[in-house]
Design a protein around this ligand. Structure first.
Ligand code: ADP
Ligand code: GLC
Length: 487
């Protein structure tokens, strides 16, 4: 073990650009890349879903082990992330991972019935690679687990005989906990003694995330405020007690963003590239976006963008009412997202009732999301809770001040336009405290008022565009943590 540059196994269930359903993938692609750039010997561990096998078709054999939960052999293949060349270990067991559908859900949207075994295997392989059973020359000094899908790794490590590296459990979203019936404990080869409150038992069930939170040596979340939020009952999803108990090993490190992919000066998705010095080109993107989405092409009309999963977490229900009220005051809205079918339908209906004022795109569209960040005047993000959130950082970089609920990472990354922050020139957006329709519409109204004051608005835009959201700082914070643990 070399404490100066520990070898890190970064276990995750998705990583951009190989497989992505949400922000976890962005982090799992970018953080290892930033660590790699700092000279850290890091390998990502990822299930062999069809998209991963397809993009990693030149992967080479790395190791193999018997599947502890099912017949046959698990192959571990090694490839690299495109562009950044970060090593990726693929857990290949076709019966579990190489199937049509999503990483977690069947084509119809139901969870795969064998998710406990599938992600039990991912966790098991992570622990096995950390154990003395790993036959390869590459022996990790630390296992970094991410979200419930890898939450059993710290539990397996705890009960593994012999050499054991420390582990970190990073919570990207506490709402997803990987809860399965008590009958899954035995097939997952977890010792019966672990199934208790001081262990992985969670209200009578087995929780993968609780296992991680209980057995890991360190717990991190993706923003300092969220690390505090989850110790409170309101946002603790039943785990606040344990998290509070473990607060001396719990901390928050804010995510960075991919500043190459999200750069208005070089973004290939934009009809017109721009910078803080050339904001007139941003106005051209607005006209192009209004045209593309069938909105009235009006330069002075404030255009508010929303890009998110359509869920309770993201406050999508609140957005509906806010849109309805604010278009009467002459605001335009452009929404891109997918999720809850009933709310999706309500958005579509609202857009139909207000042609030229509200544009709704149901679906997932990376390229459109770039054009919306560039073309909109402001970005709305009324998340009920937000572990970190990425779009509020993208929008600051694109000169599109965010209006957001003051929670989790939103509170940590947006400088609210108070009179003081406006006077000092570092305000970058708007935060509202109460998660209510009233507070949210008021915040948008206030943003619209400042938008009409061109010099002031430009100051807000350029303060956001100049902020450093790169991964460098976060990667250094993780490295410091790795070193302190592996030492
Ligand atoms: P979460 O992971 O909770 O959904 P984040 O803000 O961390 O929230 O990350 C969401 C990521 O997914 C961002 O990169 C965002 O731009 C992207 N995204 C979400 N919905 C869509 C969509 N419908 N089309 C394109 N990108 C989307
Ligand atoms: C989760 C959270 C989001 C965070 C992302 C990456 O998806 O909901 O807030 O940015 O993970 O850490």
């Amino acid at each position: 073990m070399t404490p100066s540059s520990p070898k890190i196994l970064f276990a995750t269930s998705e990583a951009h650009p190989l497989i992505k359903t949400g922000g976890l993938a962005d982090v799992s692609g970018a953080l290892p890349a930033a660590l790699h750039a700092l000279g850290v010997d890091v390998k990502i561990l990822l299930p062999g879903y069809p998209a991963v096998l397809q993009q990693g078709k030149h992967a080479t054999p790395f190791a193999q082990l018997p599947n502890p939960f099912a017949p046959g052999t698990v192959e571990i293949l090694e490839t690299r992330l495109p562009e950044t060349a970060v090593p990726v270990l693929i857990v290949r067991y076709d019966a579990f991972f190489n199937r049509k559908g999503g990483p977690y859900q069947q084509p119809g949207g139901k969870d795969w019935p064998d998710n406990a075994l599938r992600f039990g295997l991912l966790s098991y392989v992570a622990a096995w690679l950390g154990s003395s059973g790993n036959p390869t020359a590459w022996q990790p000094d630390l296992i970094h687990c991410n979200d419930w899908q890898t939450g059993l790794a710290p539990a397996y490590l705890r009960f593994w005989p012999g050499r054991k590296p420390p582990s970190i459990m990073t919570i990207h979203n506490l709402a997803y906990q990987g809860v399965f019936g008590p009958e899954s404990v035995k097939p997952l080869h977890l010792p019966a003694e672990s199934f208790k409150i001081q262990g992985l038992e969670y209200y009578g069930n087995l929780s993968f995330l609780k296992a991680g939170v209980f057995y890991a040596d360190r717990i991190t979340t993706v923003s300092p405020t969220y690390a505090r939020d989850i110790q409170q009952e309101a946002l603790g999803f039943g785990m606040h007690g344990l998290l509070h108990e473990r607060r001396s090993v719990l901390s928050g490190i804010i995510n960075g963003i991919d500043t190459k992919e999200w750069d208005p000066q070089h973004d290939p998705h934009l009809p017109h590239r721009y910078s803080a010095k050339r904001l007139n080109n941003k106005v051209k993107n607005k006209a192009a976006l209004q045209h593309e989405l069938g909105l009235a092409v009006e330069a002075p009309t404030p255009l508010v963008a929303i890009i998110s999963r359509i869920t309770y977490q993201k406050g999508s229900d609140l957005v509906l009412g806010v849109m309805h009220d604010l278009i009467r005051e002459g605001v335009q809205f452009a929404l891109l997202g997918t999720g809850d079918a009933a709310i999706e339908q309500a958005f579509v209906n609202l857009a139909r009732a207000h042609p030229g004022r509200i544009a709704v795109t149901i679906g997932y569209a990376e390229d459109l999301s770039h054009r919306m960040e560039a073309g909109a005047d402001m970005f709305l993000m009324p998340s009920r809770y937000e572990p970190c959130g990425l779009n509020q950082m993208y929008s600051q970089r694109y000169g599109t001040p965010p209006v957001a609920h003051a929670t989790g990472g939103l509170a940590d990354t947006i400088v609210h336009a108070t009179p003081t922050h406006i006077a000092t020139g570092d305000a970058t957006g708007f935060l509202f405290r109460e998660m209510t329709h009233h507070a949210c519409t008021d915040a948008v109204r206030r943003a619209v008022r400042l938008y009409r004051d061109a010099p002031l608005w430009q100051q807000l835009q350029s303060a956001g565009m100049q902020r450093d959201f790169s991964w460098q700082n976060s990667a250094e914070a993780y490295l410091k943590l790795y070193r302190s643990l592996a030492a």
